[in-house]
Design a protein around this ligand. Structure first.
Ligand code: FE2
Length: 576
């Protein structure tokens, strides 16, 4: 049974599942080179089909993680409320509404559109599924758990913002839902806008900033903006902080009276901004904890699956693991809306009795892969001098260069599913160097100096460096750095003493693992700084994009599969 999942809303993506087995999954942003793109994910769909040598007509179904006719109801409700308030109407209407109508139109005529625009063959029936159930499936059906409590928290589904469920390998039973407008995702996005960053985009910046502040606004936020209620419920005071208005930079007079003026994007970050970030983060964590404890009390399960955009908040995830009473927490690599494309395909497979003997996702390598010949071609086209090495000497050489303080772009294998570079499209550096963050910011990325860089570590040695229980292959939670190690790997320790850890096991990514081993042999430290291969753009996908990105920076080395390129190598002289 072959099922294609796709989402055409924000974070558009596609995934192909064959009898419960994941064949391919990718986000559309990587192909069209626009972060978080909203689009019919035609490129991602074509990639998924090609990865399996399949045509549309060979599929059993297309699964979509939205019941779009219910979205229509939400729109009607929204328009109703807008008409009561002309100011809101002015802000909420216009292009956003046009875009939504366009997206729903796409969904309504999806079969025809796909058939026409993918490969001209007949499109199988399209099945529309509950958005939050797809989020739940995207975690539960790829976890290694036989049964678990499930918590989905995002901006908004068709009409809800949070779903609590109990799940096993047979079913997902909904326990309760929280309706719009009471949304933790929208709360955090509105605060992101208040702090002068892009809502639905820069939430991770606010999370990083939070570590610098004191949560002195938390009490006011708790009392006035986001209140917890019994039975795991919460209420967002949308009169005080309206997400849709906040997106356009508008905040109620009352909100500004409580918290002061909003920060303009170009304005310097002041302590009060850090304090607001810390306060919003604290209140988000508390509210999640309140919900999770209720879920624990109701289900009495030992394990928790988390999904939805809010599950990208790795600081909150770690707190849930520590304090909500669960022994284990699983978060998939694509926890946000792109993940629902895969969730939809898995959920529909499951509902139709397809096998689900999946033993737990250990890797996020589900995207496009390119042959060494394709890499060579891209490098040749740029006139770069290329050296080819076998894997072992390659890893030795690269480890040596890293240990000498040089930066390495590392491109190999299948592109990662989800927003994190996990050793296939990465920029690597030596975490032992205090100055390496400044060096990366100078040579590569113009990014906020307060944002932390993350470490990859050999899984079996993770506990020497981090207070981490179990594995963390997808960088979805933080862990305290052991105090004796903070001075050893200063470049990956955040100001609050934590790090967003990726553990690398023996099977999931052999070549990256080998590089970590080489670095450990040479330096005694089994840790590398791992950030994404991109500069103010989506993570690179193709060899051409990798080469172009390399040439835009001052990074010393580029590794593509087993090909090695050094900057400053003289471009080969044109013949004749
Ligand atoms: Fe969602």
């Amino acid at each position: 049974m072959r099922i294609l999942g796709l989402s055409n809303m924000r974070d558009a993506a596609a995934a192909l599942v064959d009898n419960g087995r994941i064949i391919a999954a990718a986000e559309e942003e990587r192909f069209v080179r626009v972060k978080h793109v909203t689009a019919l994910p035609l490129h991602a769909i074509r990639f998924c089909l090609q990865a399996d040598g399949t045509r549309l007509e060979d599929l059993d179904a297309v699964a979509v993680p939205w019941k779009y006719w219910q979205l229509g109801r939400r729109a009607a409700l929204t328009i109703g409320s807008m008409l009561q308030s002309p100011r809101q109407f002015a802000v909420k209407g216009g292009r956003a509404a046009d875009r939504l109508i366009h997206e729903w139109g796409e969904l309504a005529f999806l079969r025809m559109l796909l058939s026409r625009r993918v490969d001209g063959t007949k499109c199988p029936p399209v099945v529309f599924l509950d958005h939050h159930l797809c989020h739940a499936a995207s975690a539960m059906l790829v976890s290694s758990f036989e049964r678990a409590a499930v918590m989905v928290v995002d901006g908004a589904s068709e009409a809800h913002t949070t779903m609590l469920a109990w799940a096993d390998r047979e079913e997902i039973r909904v326990i309760t839902r929280v309706p719009l407008p009471h949304s933790l995702g929208q709360f955090y996005a509105a605060i992101t806008a208040y702090l002068g960053f892009r809502p639905d985009h820069d939430e991770y910046i606010v999370m990083g900033l939070a570590a610098y502040g004191v949560p002195r606004y938390a009490q006011t936020l708790r009392e006035e903006v986001l209140k917890t209620l019994p039975a795991g419920q919460f209420r967002l005071n949308a009169r005080l902080l309206d997400f849709h208005l906040a997106r356009r930079g508008w905040f109620s007079a009352e909100f500004l009276r409580f918290f002061g003026p909003a920060r303009r994007p170009e304005e310097e970050i002041m302590p009060r901004h850090q304090d607001m970030a810390a306060s919003a983060q604290a209140v988000l964590e508390e509210t999640l904890l309140h919900v999770a404890r209720h879920l624990k009390a109701v289900t009495k399960e030992q394990r928790l699956c988390l999904a939805g955009g809010v599950a990208y908040n790795c600081v909150a995830n770690s707190r849930l693991l520590r304090e909500a009473g669960f022994d284990e927490v699983f978060v998939p690599p694509a926890a946000g809306d792109s993940g629902t494309a895969l969730g939809a395909a898995l959920w529909l497979t499951h509902r139709r009795g397809g096998s689900s003997n999946f033993k737990g996702m250990r890797t996020a390598s589900w995207g496009p892969q390119f042959s060494e010949a394709a890499c060579q071609e891209a490098l040749d086209a740029a006139g770069l001098v290329v050296e080819r090495l076998d894997e072992a000497p390659l890893c030795e050489k690269v480890a040596g260069e890293l240990a000498a303080g040089r930066l390495v772009f590392w491109f190999q294998g299948r592109m990662e599913w989800g927003p994190r570079a996990l050793g296939n499209r990465s920029l690597l550096a030596d975490p032992r160097r205090e100055d390496i963050r400044a060096l990366i910011n100078m040579k590569v990325k113009l990014r906020e100096p307060f944002r932390p860089f993350a470490p990859s570590v050999l899984e079996e040695r993770a506990s020497e460096y981090f207070a981490l229980s179990g594995s963390s292959p997808f960088m979805v939670r933080t862990a305290a750095v052991q105090s004796s190690m903070k001075g050893v790997i200063p470049a990956v320790v955040h100001v609050d003493g934590t790090a967003r850890v990726q553990t690398v096991d023996a099977e999931s990514n052999p070549r990256y693992r080998r590089l970590l081993e080489s670095f450990a042999r040479r330096t005694g430290v089994p840790v590398l700084l791992n950030t994404s291969f991109n500069v103010n753009e989506p993570i690179v996908c193709t060899p051409q994009e990798a080469v172009a990105c390399f040439l835009r920076t001052e990074v010393e080395w580029l590794v593509m599969e087993t090909l090695l390129v050094r900057r400053h190598s003289t471009p080969s002289a044109p013949e004749g």
